[in-house]
Design a binder for this molecule. Structure first.
Ligand code: 13P
Length: 252
């Protein structure tokens, strides 16, 4: 069975005090919701250990994700964060290959595959982000771009590992722009993504959760989540408001 997932990517927002306040608010709003939807938050690295302790002490249903990790386990990589240490402090997921990391930090598919392997080895699940830029869609290259992002990275995994991956389709032109993909555009691409996964992993593709990300908010989440191949969302801006984030979670 495919899992429903709503994940909040806080990006480089909130200080620790604001972060703790936000987690407490979200926790209060989601604690009585049905367990059917997996709720994940991805605060900045600096907050993870503190928030992890808080979630444990509250026996919260919220799981913790990191927004990135190193492509090595340990060693002389100044400023990097090992996937193993993220797992140690209670992270269950790591966002890998967000378009902001591909774009601003030159992360390549080769590097992203290494990160995914290490995340899986550390016992966590990667939330692997893919999606085309505006120009690529305008040139009708969006299917090719997304297909390569899957083939060059996920095709290198084995069947047992692919089952643990969550895919997030985030068209770059919809991120932080207020311009959401229509539910038809999202469904068309999600169905395509599942097909590309099925070409290599026919028995697993149907079990993989594919999230939509890009200006997802309470006003459009219900329509998006109602589509057959949309299994939830990766939420940026709207995840910084506990009320909006909880409303999105309730949109299923
Ligand atoms: P917005 O929801 O702010 O458009 O961001 C989406 C995103 O990048 C989530 O990873």
């Amino acid at each position: 069975m495919r899992k429903r997932v709503v994940a909040g990517n806080w990006k480089m927002n909130t200080n620790i005090e604001e972060g703790l306040l936000l987690v407490n608010e979200i926790n209060n709003l989601v604690k009585d919701l049905s367990e059917q939807t997996r709720v994940i938050i991805a605060p900045p690295f600096t907050h993870l250990a503190t928030i992890s302790s808080l979630l444990k002490s509250e026996k919260s249903r919220i799981s913790l994700a990191a927004q990135n990790c190193a492509d090595h386990e340990s060693g002389a990589y100044t400023g990097e964060v090992s996937p193993n240490t993220l797992s140690d402090i209670g992270c269950k997921y790591v966002i890998i290959g967000h378009s902001e990391r591909r774009e601003y930090y030159n992360e390549t598919n080769e590097m992203l595959f290494k990160k995914i392997e290490l995340v899986l080895k550390a016992g966590m699940s990667p939330i692997y982000c893919i999606g085309e830029r505006l120009q690529e869609r305008e040139q009708s290259r969006h299917f090719d771009v997304v297909s390569s992002q899957i083939k060059e990275v996920l095709y290198n995994l084995n069947e047992a590992d692919i089952e643990r991956v969550i895919i997030a389709y985030e068209p770059v032109w919809a991120i932080g722009t207020g311009k959401t993909a229509s539910s038809d555009q999202a469904e068309e691409m999600h169905e395509f993504i599942r097909g590309v996964v099925a070409d290599k992993f026919p028995s697993c593709a149907d079990n993989i959760s594919i999230l939509y990300g890009g200006s997802c908010k309470p006003s459009n989440a219900q329509e998006l989540f109602a589509r057959k191949n949309v299994d939830g969302g990766l939420i940026g801006g709207a995840s910084l408001s506990a009320v909006d984030f909880a409303a999105i979670i309730k949109s299923f």
